[in-house]
Design a binder for this molecule. Structure first.
Ligand SMILES: Nc1ncnc2c1ncn2[C@@H]1O[C@H](COP(=O)(O)OP(=O)(O)OP(=O)(O)O)[C@@H](O)[C@H]1O
Ligand SMILES: [Mg+2]
Length: 268
């Protein structure tokens, strides 16, 4: 089942001489349970695309359809509720609430949703897995960049949303922690049949995803070119193979042993 369809999405910032054509007729769809990486150089339009999908900005042309609904057709109030129920965001700048401690920041999207039961056991589990349990009573300004990034990730997962949009969720992490965080995302994706779109500059991590969407200069490269790009780059160098082996090892250690012998699609 397709959870997301992006149809000829266009985005132009500004007007006339100052206009920037950030996305040019981008079209693709993503199935439920898929873990897709979005790659591309700085300024190529990755964050713009995530913002349009998350309904944080509107396209100048085309449509974003999530679970069969064109999100541009929703009223402001409907969009707020739709986002809260269906989408988890991890932003480039974390956007944690400075007046709330780690635990309350993570529980925030659930507590906002009136009537929804707060799954404290799950929040505890997330904080423990992300190495933040000891920091649960701390405030964002008392955390390192990487800890803030992990707290933002825990917050995005707390609601068990159908669609997770993550803008460089590992940008501030060392390579081992980055691998662990992506492993956690994969486990979550399998456990709750979630769909994840993750912007990353880390090609080795992108390679471990089900699929890579490559954007350059606002254009989504056709699949054939994406594959060439992947093969042409240093992805199969020893360094990357080693990172992947480490990723697999860590995932095994993290309890995904039952993945052995299954295909990549089932196993993430
Ligand atoms: N609010 C804005 N107003 C005007 N131009 C913008 C705005 N936001 C982004 N842009 C421009 O749109 C283009 C795409 O920006 P975007 O932030 O999507 O890039 P990106 O791929 O996420 O880059 P990075 O990897 O550096 O985060 C860039 O040329 C950027 O300068
Ligand atoms: Mg960006």
């Amino acid at each position: 089942m397709e959870i997301l369809q992006v149809k000829e999405a266009d985005k132009v910032y500004g007007q006339k001489e100052t206009a920037v054509h950030a996305l040019k007729k981008v079209s693709f769809s993503v199935s439920q349970g898929e873990f897709a990486a979005i790659v591309g150089s700085s300024g190529s339009g990755k964050s713009t695309l995530l913002n349009l999908i998350g309904g944080l900005d509107v396209p100048t042309g085309g449509e974003v359809v999530i679970r069969g609904r064109n999100i541009a057709a929703l009223t402001r109030k409907e969009l707020t509720i739709f986002r809260r129920r269906n989408i988890g965001f991890v932003f480039q700048n974390y956007s944690l609430m400075p007046v709330l401690n780690v635990y309350d920041n993570v529980a925030l999207p659930v507590t906002f949703d009136r009537g929804k039961h707060v799954d404290h056991a799950y929040i505890q589990e997330l904080l423990a897995e992300l190495g933040l349990w000891e920091k649960r009573d701390r405030y964002p300004n008392e955390l390192s960049g990487g800890q803030q990034q992990r707290a933002a990730l825990a917050r995005a997962l707390a609601n068990k949303p159908a669609l997770i949009l993550a803008d460089e969720p590992t940008g501030n992490l060392d390579s081992r922690t980055a691998i662990e965080v992506v492993g956690l995302l994969k486990n979550s994706c399998q456990r709750y049949n979630q769909t994840i779109l993750m912007v990353t500059h880390n090609e080795a991590l992108a390679q471990t995803c089900d699929r890579i969407l490559h954007i350059e200069d606002g254009v989504l490269l056709p699949k054939r070119v994406q594959r060439t790009y992947v093969e042409d780059s240093e992805l199969f160098s020893g360094r990357v193979r080693q990172t992947r082996t480490e990723a697999d090892k860590l995932q095994m250690e993290n309890g995904s042993r039952d993945c052995r012998g299954k295909g990549r699609r089932q196993c993430g």
